[in-house]
Structure formats: C-alpha cells, structure tokens
Write a protein that binds this ligand. Structure first.
Ligand SMILES: C[S@@+](CC[C@H](N)C(=O)[O-])C[C@H]1O[C@@H](n2cnc3c(N)ncnc32)[C@H](O)[C@@H]1O
Length: 343
C-alpha cells in the first residue's frame, strides 16, 4: 500500500490544494497485478456459466464510457436520482450535520456535488472520502472538487469497497455518513449484499448514517432499453472489459469476436449484461497462465443490476441495525434514496 499526495503538479493554487488532498492507493500501484490479484478472473472464466467481476468494467476508458451512459436518453437512473437528490439534499445535510462523508464507487462525484452544495449552504464542515477502483477518474474529480469547494478536505482512496471499508478508522469528526448511490448495490447478488451490509455496520459507530440509492422495479422495456442503448455506448462499455483484461493480464481477447447482450431476467428481477462469443475460440491470459475455451454463442456474464422493492430493501437494512430515517423517491417510483442510521 502506498500513500501519495498528488495535487501539486497541475493546479495553480499554491499550498492550499496540496494541503487539502490526500490520495491513498489500497491497490497494487503498478498496472500489472499478480496472479493472486487475478484469481477472481480465473475463477469466473473456469466455471459454468462463465462470469467476470463487474469491477473490471471500470478502467479509465470504462469510467469515461460510464459518464457517457449517464447522459443517454434511455439511461433514466442518473437523471432520476439527480432529481431526488436535488429535493432531498438539504434534509440529508440537516440530519447528518458536520462530519465525514465517505462515498463508495464515487466515479466523477457529479451527483455528490448536490450534497456538497447542501452542506456548504448550511455552513457544515465536511471531509469527503471518495473511494473507487478507477484511479484516474477519482484523482481528476477530487482535484476539481477542491477547486470548486474551498473549505472541503478530500482523502481519496483507490481500492475496492471491501478493502476501503476495512481500512477506515473511526472518524474524529462528529459523525460519519457512508453514501452508496447510483444503485451500485444492484451489482451484488443477495449473499454479497449481506456481506456488504455487515461491512457497512462495522465501518459505522452507533448513531452514524448510511445513504443508499437504489433502482426500483419497473416495466421490462424501459429497463432493457437503459442497458442496450441505440447509440451502442453500453455495448462499447461492456466490450471494453475485454480490453481491460488484455492489458492487465497480457490477454488476447479479440473484441470483434464478442458482442454485447443485455436482458431483464424476470425471475431474478435483474438486468444481466453478457458478452457473447461469435465463434468457437480459445483465449489466453498469459500472466494468469490461463487458457479459456469458448463455444460459439457461449456467454460471459459481466454484470447484474438488480431492481429492488422499497419495502424489502428496508427490511434488509433493518436486519443489520440500519434503521431507515427517511425515504425519498420520484413521481414514477423508479428510483429510491434511503437514509438509515445505525442503532
Ligand atoms: C455505476 S458507477 C457509479 C458512479 C457514481 N457513484 C454514480 O452514481 O454515478 C460505479 C462506480 O463504482 C466503481 N467501482 C466498481 N466496482 C467497484 C469496487 N468493487 N470497489 C470500488 N469501486 C468500484 C466504478 O469505478 C465506478 O466509478
């Protein structure tokens, strides 16, 4: 693990930004990672059906493509959650008050700005801890936030949710709020969700807060269009995972021989994104010492995006002592935002 303060190079604010920014890498800092780091890839590609962890969708290019997805007319989640945050942010800031805001999977932190504005309007001091596996977008957005919010302090953690949560020490500020917005919870299966909620409670003291944004159930045609847009941006985002694996693990995936496939699985109540092999082929990931055979039309499941029901998810939170204090939604009930407090 290495700690580096990286804000001094490009921005002309002597001292102040360097003092207010810390970037800590919880991942291997080098591009090439060890075979142990790729054991999840080996496991996923050697089982039937084949799967890959969704975190590999996010390298610098993946993060850029995700930002484009957020702007697509079919992709309702970002627009809808933004509207909900606009109407709820002052209430959230009032309830939680001065303290530390930890954000898991912060990406560009665009929606988080709505919250930061509310804390600033109310005169609350805030330390912001964005956490993301994608180092590039994390560092760029942290620097931009420091320019735009002169009293904000940022400690960015590059790493997975799990690693970062285990790494957090109790805050010295009056309270901690952990935010997990963008419905990234939907990328976890129910068992992973349970483990994740247990980690959240470990990272909070009684009386502290968890802010969760979740995508809700809705008609299938709306869901499927959101994950298979007419401009092909989601397809490029999904296929980019193979380029990412090629680079990290010396692979030879040919993206022309795979295609994007997304559908709503009504039994599991989740969108599934897959990459489908056009032909029978063998792919090698040299640094993992792995050869993978595909039959024609065989798929790798690259992401699930579960669609929730507000009552059930509140029951799940309560089972972990996370007691919902306020719930906000939009006029169509397409998306939900829940502020819970650990008791
Ligand atoms: C769907 S985007 C959401 C971004 C932002 N929170 C939003 O609501 O628009 C998911 C973000 O989580 C990050 N991410 C994905 N898997 C992760 C993991 N296991 N640990 C940490 N960050 C992760 C990605 O790099 C990406 O920035």
């Amino acid at each position: 693990m290495s700690v580096s303060t990286t804000a001094s190079n490009s921005i002309n604010f002597p001292g102040s930004i360097t003092e207010r920014l810390q970037v800590q890498h919880l991942l291997e800092p080098t591009q090439k990672v060890s075979t142990i780091a790729g054991s999840d890839v080996i496991r996923g590609l050697t089982q039937t059906p084949k799967t890959l962890p969704f975190k590999y969708l996010y390298d610098d290019r993946g993060s850029e493509l995700f930002e484009q997805i957020c702007e697509l007319p079919e992709y309702y989640p970002t627009r809808t959650e933004t509207k909900i945050l606009q109407k709820s942010s002052h209430e959230i800031a009032e309830i939680t008050g001065t303290g530390e805001l930890v954000e898991l999977g912060s990406g560009s932190s665009t929606k988080t700005r709505i919250l930061l504005d509310a804390y600033q309007d109310l005169g609350y001091t805030l330390h912001y801890l964005p956490i993301d596996v994608s180092a590039g977008i994390l560092e760029i957005s942290a620097k931009q936030l420091l320019l735009d919010y002169p009293s904000l302090e940022v400690r960015a953690l590059v790493g997975t949710y799990e690693r970062a949560l285990s790494h957090l020490q109790p805050t010295k500020l009056p309270t901690r709020t952990i935010a997990f917005i963008g419905s990234s919870l939907g990328n976890m299966n129910p068992q992973e969700c349970d483990r994740f909620f247990a980690k959240i409670t470990d990272a909070l003291q009684p009386g502290e807060y968890f802010l969760l944004g979740i995508d809700l159930q809705k008609p299938k045609d709306i869901l499927e269009a959101a994950y298979d847009d007419s401009q092909g941006v989601t397809a490029a985002f999904n296929l980019n995972m193979l380029e990412h694996l090629n680079r990290r693990f010396e692979g030879n995936f040919d993206t022309n021989q795979f295609s994007h496939w997304a559908f709503y699985n009504e039994v599991e109540q989740r969108i599934e994104m897959h990459l489908k092999s056009a032909i029978a082929q063998t792919v090698e990931l040299k640094s993992l010492n792995l050869q993978v055979d595909f039959t024609a039309q065989e798929t790798i499941r690259t992401e699930i995006s579960r669609k929730f029901d507000l009552d059930t998810i509140q029951q799940n939170l309560k089972a972990y002592g996370l007691i919902p204090q306020q719930v906000w939604t939009d006029e169509n009930q397409w998306f939900g935002l829940i502020l819970s407090r650990l008791f």
